[in-house]
Write a new protein. Structure first.
Lengths: 212, 348
């Protein structure tokens, strides 16, 4: 099982991001589950959502407390909440920022971690370029796909296609591709063994009958 | 068709497959996405004939459902929490009149203190209302139970509440297998009401009675719920035969055969419990899970049979009956009366 936790603020698409990752994983032939944390969410308030991916049906519905990956949509959360709580020692971190990781002032929290697994992506800026709106979630999923290899860019784009259409879909797909390409150039064939957490590699069942 | 969708959307699509003719609802978290999705389906014209009635309150929602059902329409509504409480007077009338309305309860705690978190206080408050109550473990079961609920309601002439944990299921995106329309149509024929309110052939239903008839009517409702203990597994088997998803209907058993300790629960926590049982089994603890799908009627015999080999039973429940403790646990104690089993309540 591979567990991802998303941190952001209400209005940034934190819940949608987890849902879209689950759809991308489903498209890639995995079992997946996404759900939000539950409070009285409102625009600007810290929001958390979760996505589990596995090659077996997922039964647990507990919040993810020991994530294998973090996707952080808003750097103002880095100092305010314990976003790194429970992260696996070899966990992945994708942060939405125009700055490089060493400039974020979180060196202490990243001590002992493999630098190759911690990346920043200027996701909001990329989204503004392609969509004209600060919606970073598909950009971050493009980066996540390149970093972990757990889902393909094509799966992320297919997930986008279930939610968006027209220019918004095209913009999101182009933005996800840009982030994917940037991160891919950075990490090459990927780092670590995220896929091994889920299965030997082959999809668990054929998705040909899935809803188009 | 296999889909990766939100639980609320899955339930809305399943309800639409059951071809309700009247849908009325007032939005309340965490039920809102279900009725939003249904209103979109009705507006699209894909579900015909069906009237979506916007009402001004939950009391009106249940009242409209009662009127529609009494006039011979297949009727559906959904609510949660305070919304269920606001419709309670009409909830009892629906069951007293024997109207086969199906209602989703997206389980949520009741204030005060104000809270939108999931527990079972809302539906548990209606356990004696005369409605059948089914609790879904996951979104697959939630959508399957809704389709079966219409058939069950119309077979036994009682309304059915399908309870699904608010947020935990309603807002979870996971994989479901959605039956096609032809399968559902073959399983669930058109509603043939026992009697219809029709100006051309007037009848009275729910007329004033004295105490001598009142308790008899109540007893007949009880009898129908007892009959439902046979009907529920039969419908579950019939549904399983056409969908391949075979469930008992009344209970679910997980690693019970040699279990010395059994955890009893309702709803979405069962999946988490199953994972926990597997982990404890690896440490040599002989533990299992009994899920109760049908809380009303309460399957005393099935529960007694499932727990007969246990030494200790822990009932994990999501509603605190202030002044007595666990509601489900007291039902379980009735089921195992006379057996040397220690029954404990954990309310979480």
């Amino acid at each position: 099982m591979f567990q991802t936790r998303f941190h952001g603020r209400g209005g940034q698409g934190v819940v949608t991001a987890a849902e879209l990752l689950s759809v991308a994983a489903f498209r890639a032939g995995r079992h997946a589950q996404a759900f939000p944390s539950f409070g009285s969410e409102r625009t600007g308030a810290p929001v958390v959502s979760y996505c589990r991916i596995d090659d077996r049906p997922i039964r647990s519905r507990e919040p993810v407390v020991v994530p294998d990956a973090l996707i952080i949509q808003d750097t103002t959360l880095l100092q305010q909440t314990d976003v790194f709580a429970g992260l696996a020692d070899d966990g992945y971190i994708v942060i939405n920022s125009t700055r490089d990781v060493p400039e974020l002032g979180i060196g202490e929290m990243l001590a002992g971690r493999d630098p190759a697994r911690v990346i920043t992506v200027p996701a909001t800026r990329i989204a503004m370029q392609h969509l004209g709106r600060p919606l970073p979630n598909l950009v971050l999923l493009g980066a996540f796909a390149a970093l972990t290899g757990l889902v393909g860019l094509v799966d992320v784009q297919a997930a986008a296609g279930e939610r968006f259409q027209g220019a918004v879909l095209e913009g999101n797909c182009a933005a996800a591709r840009q982030a994917y390409d940037v991160v891919k150039a950075h990490v090459g064939e990927g780092v670590g063994d995220a896929m091994a957490a889920v299965s030997a590699g082959a999809p668990v069942f054929d998705r040909k009958d899935a809803d188009a | 068709m296999r889909k990766q969708i939100e639980g609320s959307a899955a339930v809305a699509q399943a309800v639409a497959l059951a071809r309700p003719e009247v849908i009325c609802a007032y939005p309340i978290s965490p039920q809102t996405h279900i009725v939003e999705a249904l209103s979109a389906i009705v507006k699209s014209g894909d579900l015909q004939p069906c009237e979506f009635v916007n009402v001004e309150s939950e009391f009106a929602a249940m009242s409209v459902a009662i009127g529609a059902s009494a006039a011979g329409a297949r009727a559906y509504t959904a609510t949660a929490s305070q919304g269920l409480l606001f419709m309670v007077e009409a909830v009892y009338n629906a069951s007293g009149l024997g109207l086969p309305i199906v209602m989703t309860v997206a389980n949520r705690a009741i204030g005060a203190p104000i809270n939108i978190w999931n527990d079972h206080s809302d539906s548990m408050s209606q356990r004696d209302s005369g409605w059948i109550q089914l609790y879904a473990q996951d979104n697959q079961e939630a959508l399957d139970l809704h389709i079966q609920a219409f058939k069950l309601a119309e077979t036994v002439s009682l309304p059915v509440m399908v309870c699904m944990d608010g947020f935990i299921l309603t807002h979870a995106v996971e994989e479901v297998e959605m039956p096609d329309q032809a399968t559902v149509d073959a399983f669930l024929p058109a509603f043939e009401p026992r009697q219809v309110l029709d100006p051309a052939e007037p009848v009275s239903i729910g007329a004033m009675v004295g105490p001598e008839a009142f308790m008899e009517v109540r007893y007949l409702a009880h009898r129908r719920q007892m009959e439902a203990l046979e009907v529920i597994p039969a419908i579950a088997a019939e549904y399983g035969a056409v969908t391949g998803r075979v469930r008992d209907g009344l209970i679910s058993r997980y690693r019970l055969d040699d279990a010395e300790i059994v955890v009893v629960a309702l709803g979405s926590v069962i999946g988490t419990l199953q994972d926990t049982v597997d982990a404890l089994r690896e440490q040599g603890v002989l533990v299992g899970v009994l899920g109760i799908t049908s809380f009303r009627p309460f399957p005393l015999e099935s529960v007694r049979d499932a727990l007969a080999g246990a030494r200790s039973v822990v009932v994990l429940e999501k509603a605190l009956a202030v002044g007595i403790g666990g509601i489900v646990a007291n039902n379980v104690r009735t089921a195992v009366a006379g057996l040397a089993i220690d029954v404990r309540t954990v309310i979480a």
